[in-house]
Design a protein around this ligand. Sequence first.
Ligand code: ZN
Length: 253
Amino acid sequence: MLSIQDIVIGVPISSSYGFLGWSSISLIHDTARNEYILLDSGGFNSRLVLLKKLNDLGIELSNVSKILLTHLHFDHCMNLELFPRAVIYISKKELQYILSREYQKRNDIFVPKPYLERIIEERKVIEVSEGIEPHPGIMAIELPGHTPGSTGYLIEDSEIIFVGDAIKNLYELIHKKPALYFDSLSHWEKSIDKVLKIAKEIIPGHGSRIKVKDKIIEEIVKELEIEFEIIIKGSKRKFKLNTLGELAVELSF
Ligand SMILES: [Zn+2]
């Protein structure tokens, strides 16, 4: 049996003062094989949160046997070296996009190329494409649009799909308008339709889980609220944010 939990919930906030890059990281436990599989690995800025969450769950980093990456932007793929035993799975098309330098032609400035080159050299990297199972019960689903090789991972039994930035958050899905894309809008729209046809739940790249009811986009409901704390000149402030990103309520000083 595969159980999935969202260990870092992506936050749907962007800023005119630079990217926050707080992306989703989920963990699958294959209870029969006692294997742990990470879906995306987040950015450096999520490193402490990721380590703390895994530690709280009592999971040793060396127990993560696979990391499945949705795409190769800095906020999704930067913590690979924390998991020395993990085999890395990535879309064949996404790798070509990076290695052929196509990403430069498309002004995609979010690819950490030198880091990825070193990872490819030093680690076991396995390419995936549509329909491939990087692990029994988990299927790679090609979702081009955000990048040409963007890939989702469908947990087949529970019909939950982890999509990375193919869908960044609920707002983007409802308004059918991607904030940023390096492939094409028509590919992006087709990918959205594909996700809505095959999944009951979506884990987006920068937001909390989205439920899909009867495959109808209007009936998607918001689920979680995200609490976070910021520190300004040593004074802590707590905020609560709903998944639509419409409300940022200051809770306390
Ligand atoms: Zn992202």
